[in-house]
Design a protein around this ligand. Structure first.
Ligand SMILES: Cc1cc2nc3c(=O)[nH]c(=O)nc-3n(C[C@H](O)[C@H](O)[C@H](O)COP(=O)(O)OP(=O)(O)OC[C@H]3O[C@@H](n4cnc5c(N)ncnc54)[C@H](O)[C@@H]3O)c2cc1C
Length: 482
């Protein structure tokens, strides 16, 4: 086992509930898997990775607390579709052999329970639709279906697009009141319905108040799904202000501690915050999450990646498109014009030019000091000690207000709903448990609906890039058990 994985995972998870026994067991097994068998196994199936490992969720507090002590965010060649491809090949081969059949446009509405065990599923057949991947499809019911089975594995995903459900589960005691406005970081089929159906049939669910929502959401200027939000994967240099114009303190720095920052933002009584940065920072540090925002990596073409990220002028094309068209962006040559533009976007929460200027000037002064006391300047220098960050992710430290680094850019950041860290309670084999902890015969669950394994193998916090790994690991365990 890698020496750093387990303490980082456990420090971030903070398991502290009696019902964390199964999630913890799954987490321990997953860390072993990820540090050993996972890479060669996935490579043997044809998966490949971008060679520069990213450093997400750095923590920024105590050594035994949340965060990655080393870079470990691996990007797959082909992004999400590249993760799915090897499994799709296996599934299609099984279908060609007559060992598997698909039920596209079949929506499960009920689990069939007989003699206390799940014996199949029933639901609605929806009218065919030609919408592209991720886009909303019609929900017109054309008939019903029923399918009997010795075992059912639920893999219906999380709750992130169902904002009523997100708000109902929101951990107000830990994070403060739920935001009034969120953008949706997942398609609208991520609606949590199947989780409710399983619960109504007798399944137990745990840790539903543990969620992973981001603080760097943009309203997509070219949306695929309703209220579509895109997350910025930030490098460490943008200066981060809350809605009142107060620069946020460590660990609320870009890329350090998602939930601490979420709580800090909500403590202002507003849902948004601000990045202020330079053209130099956006060019080197802004990446956007999602396969369609990374056409070079999604196509898996080296030449395109080098052109877009290393040799190109300006930021990658999808980032430049947001800068031009996105409703959350303000670009200006002077700070006073920038702040005026920010205040036009949020007239209900204007920020004060003199206050913003004083904080950035104080920050900029620390650039001249090799022993800087500013936590973010220290973090930027530390990031550049890692070759991967220095090469493609962290701009050389520079003064924000030096016009030579401009123009200035302000980005209004929205809360973006994404992942459910809790869900259906399972044992390490994916067997769903009833609320009293006994097995619910015939029912298994894997992936996000099961909190990526066990009912929440991340505990309270994710290290990032650990969601698809949990889907693969818990799916394999459930498949083998069935
Ligand atoms: C933009 C974006 C970027 C991401 N980036 C990363 C990343 O870099 N690394 C990482 O690890 N994770 C990432 N994630 C998270 C990860 O993609 C998800 O957690 C993961 O795909 C969940 O997989 P799943 O199979 O459990 O559920 P899903 O992928 O949501 O699939 C669930 C399926 O079940 C179907 N379904 C739901 N209800 C029913 C029903 N009642 N009847 C029939 N079918 C139903 C849905 O239509 C869907 O096809 C990202 C997610 C998004 C949206």
């Amino acid at each position: 086992m890698s020496s750093s994985w387990a303490p980082d995972w456990m420090g971030s998870a903070g398991f502290d509930r009696p019902e964390d026994a199964n999630p913890r067991r799954v987490a321990e097994a997953y860390v072993d898997f990820a540090a050993g068998e996972m890479r060669p196994w996935l490579k043997s199936l044809g998966m490949r990775w971008f060679p520069v490992v990213g450093w997400a969720e750095r923590g920024g507090s105590l050594a035994d607390g949340h965060g990655n002590s080393v870079p470990r965010f691996h990007i797959t060649w082909g992004t999400g579709p590249g993760v799915v491809a090897p499994f799709e090949r296996l599934v299609r081969a099984a279908a060609d052999d007559g060992r598997l059949s698909f039920g596209f446009r079949h929506r499960v509405t009920d689990l069939i329970v007989a003699n206390g065990a799940v014996a199949g599923v029933a639901g609605e057949v929806l009218r065919a639709d030609t919408a592209a991947r991720g886009q909303s499809t019609n929900r017109d019911v054309t008939g019903r279906f029923e399918q009997r089975a010795g075992a059912v594995i639920v893999t219906s995903g999380g709750i992130g697009s169902n904002h009523a459900m997100v708000r109902a589960n929101w951990p107000t005691d830990r994070l403060g009141p739920a935001p009034d406005r969120m953008v949706a970081g997942v398609p609208d089929y991520v609606d949590g319905r199947m989780q409710q159906i399983a619960k109504a049939a007798g399944a137990g669910a745990i840790n539903e108040d543990r969620m992973w929502h981001y603080t760097e959401g943009l309203a997509n200027w070219d949306p695929i799904w309703p209220n579509h939000g895109i997350r910025i994967l930030p490098g460490p240099s943008s200066v981060w202000f809350d809605a009142l114009g107060q620069r946020m303190e460590a660990p609320c720095l870009p890329g350090f501690d998602t939930l601490a920052t979420l709580k800090r933002i909500l403590s202002t009584g507003h849902d948004h915050s601000w990045f202020i940065l330079t053209q130099k920072i956006i060019e080197k540090e802004f990446a956007l999450s999602g396969s369609e925002q990374n056409p070079d990596l999604t196509a898996g073409k080296w030449s395109a990646v080098i052109r877009a990220r290393l040799a190109g002028k300006g930021a990658p094309a999808p980032v430049e498109a947001f800068k031009t068209h996105g409703e959350d962006f303000v670009v200006a040559d002077t700070l006073s014009d920038l702040v005026a533009g920010m205040n036009r976007l949020t007239p209900d929460a204007p920020v004060d030019l003199a206050r913003i200027a004083a904080q950035i000037e104080a920050r900029d002064a620390q650039i001249d000091n090799e022993f800087a006391k500013d936590a973010q300047i220290i973090a930027i220098r530390q990031a550049r000690a890692y070759r991967g960050d220095r090469l493609i992710r962290t701009a050389k430290p520079h003064k924000i207000l030096d016009p030579g680094n401009g123009p200035l850019i302000a980005v209004r950041l929205n809360i973006l709903s994404r992942k459910s860290l809790g869900g259906l309670h399972t044992d390490i084999n994916g067997q769903v448990l009833r609320p009293d902890g006994s097995p619910f015969d015939g029912l298994f669950a894997a992936g996000e609906v099961a909190g990526f394994g066990g009912g929440g193998y991340h505990g309270y916090n994710a290290l990032e890039g650990s969601f698809l790994g949990g889907c693969i690991f818990s799916g394999r365990a459930a498949g083998r058990a069935v």
